[in-house]
Structures are given as C-alpha cells and as structure tokens.
Design a binder for this molecule. Structure first.
Ligand code: F6P
Length: 327
C-alpha cells in the first residue's frame, strides 16, 4: 500500500563495507526523485541516540560512489542494546519527524532494527552491507565482491613469493562465522585447501592432501583459512601442520582489515545502487521491517527477523571445485 513518506533517515552501522557510500548516494538520490527529505545519521545507532542527524541534499552525495568506508561513519553501539538507548533513539527520530529509516549493515544492525520497529513502530528497512555475505534473503551482500577481489589480489602476490621459495602458505581471511569469503577467494586465486566454518576439515585431511600434492611435484601450496573455522586461526593450523610435516617451509599471512577497505567493485556499485533505490521504494510501498536483497537478478523483501535468523546455505560444490582445479 502506498504510504505518505516525507522524511526518512539513513545510517551505516556495524563493520564498514565497500559500497556503503554508493548505497547512501542511491538512497538520497532516489528519495529526491520523489521529493522525500533525507537525513543522514552519524555513526549508526550511536548518532541516533544522540540526535546527530543532518539533512543530506543531492550534492552532498556527489563524488562518493567510488569511495570505500562510509562518510556517515559507523559504530557497533552498546547503548542501543539497552531499552534506555533505544528509547532515546526513538525520541530523536520523532523530534525530526522521521517517517522511516534505512539501515545499512549486517546481522547486528538488523537484529537491532527489528527490535526497534517492534518497540516503536518506526519502519526500518535493511540494506545488506557486509563483506561476510552471511545474510539470508540475498544472493550477495554489498562489499562482498570487493573484499573477495582484495583477498584474491593479496593471494596472487603471496603466490609469487610462495612459488619462488617453494613454501607452504596459510592465508587467513575474515568472514566471521561464514566461509563465503574464504571459498570465493580460494577459487579466484587457485588455492585448493580451505578451512571454513561450514565444513569440518581435519589436519589429517590437509596433511594427506599436501603429501599427495607433493608427490605430484607441486612444490608450493596455498591454504585459505576462514577466521571462523573449527580448528583455529592460521597460526595455530600452521603450527599443527608443521609438527606433522617438519620438512615443509611454512609461513602465515593474515589479510585482516585490508579486506574492508578500498574502492567498491563495479558489481558492488551496481548492487548498492539497486538496493539503495529498492529500500526507498520499499518504504513508499508500505514495508515496515524488511531487508531488501537480490534473488537471482530480482529484488526480494525478507523480514528482518528471518534475514538474521535463517542460515544462508553455502554451496559446498564450490569447495570440491576448488580442490579439483588446484590439483
Ligand atoms: O563483519 C565484518 C567483519 O569484518 C568480520 O569479517 C570480522 O570478523 C569483523 O567484522 C571484525 O570486526 P572489527 O572491525 O570490529 O574488528
């Protein structure tokens, strides 16, 4: 049902993701087409609690499409976890006569947004922005493609030195409790062994695979380690392997926050533009607490509670593919 939306607010929250700026730009520019005023909230829920809102005009979002980070700033708010904090946030939005909010973030952000809507009735629309790609209801999250590209580029560089020295490298990537980043990085960089949360891989299996590779005259190897895997971090896995294969010359690289920065890829810019647009239209269409996402090539609305609660399936055939191609 079409709603009379006059003023909306937008904010970025949780870990930043490349493409957040492009998302806010799409929100502001879409809204301008319908004469809707947009207010930017500084530093996510923290700014909402403190009433740090400022009007965003169409020229305020010029020249940010290509920038990493988030010009609105972001935070993980402890205060918003309390009823007192959420109450103060609702008062701020009421003071500015905000008809609906657009939350750009991940799991934690949407958990808070869902609760906030249920407590205060202020419509909250989520846009999935996280390098982890761990949200149900969208094939991809904004920032994931860029983070994969960054990790692949890093592994390409490590490959040069690994090959020169005939070394075994363990490369740790982010992803929190999901292995999407690790798996896509492995395929994109030609690494055949992956430790990730969705599959129990044992040190025994890795040792067997490395021995086989060695027999096939593979002189160097790259192992991708997702930070959330069951065995431990890359240092720990490397130490366990070294005990079993002391003859291997091993090294560890943790890519870390490099994966969160940088200019968004073309795909992330496209996704950010489409989902930013879809979020404003969702508010206008009367949606109250959904996440906008992509299913195939189509916009999909998923209740926020489902987006955070349901487990997004990882395609384990891709792991087989990584192993087969890195023979
Ligand atoms: O959720 C994005 C993410 O980068 C995760 O991959 C990682 O576990 C976490 O954030 C790191 O958070 P912080 O920047 O607060 O250390």
């Amino acid at each position: 049902m079409a709603q009379n939306i006059k003023k909306i607010a937008v904010f970025t929250s949780g870990g930043d993701a490349p493409g957040m700026n492009a998302t806010v730009r799409a929100v502001v520019r879409t809204a301008a087409n319908f004469d809707i005023e947009v207010f930017g909230i500084e530093a996510g829920y923290e700014g909402m609690i403190d009433g740090n809102l400022k009007k965003l005009e169409i020229r305020d979002v010029s020249n940010i499409l290509q920038r990493g980070g988030t010009f609105l700033k972001t935070a993980r708010s402890e205060r918003f976890l309390t009823a007192e904090g959420r109450n103060a946030a609702a008062q701020s939005l009421k003071k500015f006569k905000i008809d609906g909010c657009i939350a750009c973030g991940g799991n934690g952000t949407f958990t808070g947004a869902d609760l906030f809507y249920k407590e205060n009735g202020i419509p909250m629309i989520g846009i999935p922005c996280t390098i982890d790609n761990d949200l149900y209801g969208t094939d991809f999250t904004i920032g994931f493609d860029t983070a994969v590209n960054t990790a692949v580029e890093a592994v390409d560089k490590i490959r040069d030195t690994a090959e020169s020295h005939d070394r075994l490298f363990f490369i740790e990537v982010m992803g929190r409790n999901a292995g999407f980043l690790a798996l896509h990085t492995a395929i994109g960089s030609g690494a055949g062994n992956v430790f990730m949360p969705e599959k129990d891989t044992s040190i025994d299996e890795l040792v067997t695979s490395l021995k086989k590779a060695s027999k096939r005259k593979k002189l160097y190897s790259l192992v991708i380690v997702a930070e959330g895997n069951h065995v431990g971090n890359a240092d720990h896995i490397a130490a366990l392997v070294k005990e079993r294969l002391p003859e291997f010359d091993t090294r560890v690289t943790v890519i870390g926050h490099l994966q969160r920065g940088g200019s968004p890829s073309g795909l992330d810019r496209l996704l950010a533009s489409r989902l930013g647009n879809a979020a404003v239209e969702a508010l206008m269409d009367g949606h109250k607490n959904v996440m906008v996402g992509m299913d195939g090539n189509l916009i999909k609305h998923t209740p926020l509670a489902i987006a955070v609660k349901n487990q997004k399936e990882i395609n384990l055939d891709l792991l087989r593919l990584a192993e087969m191609l890195a023979i």
